[in-house]
Design a protein around this ligand. Structure first.
Ligand code: AMP
Length: 219
């Protein structure tokens, strides 16, 4: 099975694509953001120390990210392939990932304009149970019953960092720290660029990348 990285600005749909991949291919979805939010929700010592930083949209220190990731990987079943969502987010994290015994097959960049990202972020709602994503700003992404998950019936939540001010910080952090990671994977010749706003089209392209049927220069 393949190991892939999803790289994209906030609101580009990494989480949505990851859930679709989990459903179709049963891959392991590793969202560092979700792992950190779990710590915050459980109010562990680590969680308490992360809360303010996460609410401002700044990156958490690399050392903490490495610890969280390594401890998660220890007990995880990696045999079905991994989707890294929101990691690596800077060059030093990319180098750290290189040093692990995990071969990355493709890094997939979801290229979405800032205006679209903002409107998605401000309408975004997520199921805390099954992680399905919804959006109240887009007709085709609303749940059937307001604020209730179509799949499991849980009450949907809005992330604390999905506000206009925090979005601006997160976007700036993305441009300054995460965008250079694209060059890192381009140099390794495993970077794919998907420029689409349609979640099914994006998904089909990701599947082709995983199946090795989409040439690098073809996107
Ligand atoms: P996300 O759910 O991926 O948007 O992440 C939410 C927040 O968690 C980010 O704004 C950061 O504060 C933190 N975070 C998630 N992943 C990382 C990472 N790889 N490195 C540093 N901070 C991260």
């Amino acid at each position: 099975m393949k190991n892939i990285i999803l790289i994209a600005p906030p609101g580009a749909g990494k989480g949505t694509q990851a859930s679709m991949l989990v459903e179709k291919l049963n891959m392991l979805h590793i969202s560092i953001g979700d792992l950190l939010r779990n710590e915050v929700n459980k109010q562990t010592e680590l969680g308490k120390s992360l809360e303010v930083r996460m609410q401002t949209g700044k990156l958490v220190d690399d050392e903490i990210i490495f610890e969280v990731l390594k401890s998660y990987l220890k007990d995880a079943d990696l045999s079905k392939g991994i989707i890294f969502d929101g990691f690596p987010r800077n060059i030093s994290q990319a180098q750290m990932l290189d040093s692990l015994d995990i071969k990355i097959d493709s890094a997939i960049y979801l290229d979405v304009p800032k205006s679209v990202l903002e409107s998605r972020i401000l309408g975004r709602k997520t199921c805390p149970n099954c992680k399905t994503g919804y959006n109240s700003n887009f007709e085709n992404m609303k749940p059937k019953v307001e604020d209730i998950c179509d799949k499991c019936g849980s009450k949907l939540i809005t992330r604390q960092d999905d506000t206009k001010d925090v979005f601006e910080n997160r976007y700036e952090t993305y441009i300054n720290e995460t965008q250079p990671v694209l060059e890192f994977y381009k140099n390794k010749q495993i970077l794919f660029n998907i420029k689409s706003l349609d979640k099914d089209e994006i998904f089909n392209n990701i599947i082709k990348i995983i199946d090795n049927t989409l040439p690098l220069e073809g996107i």
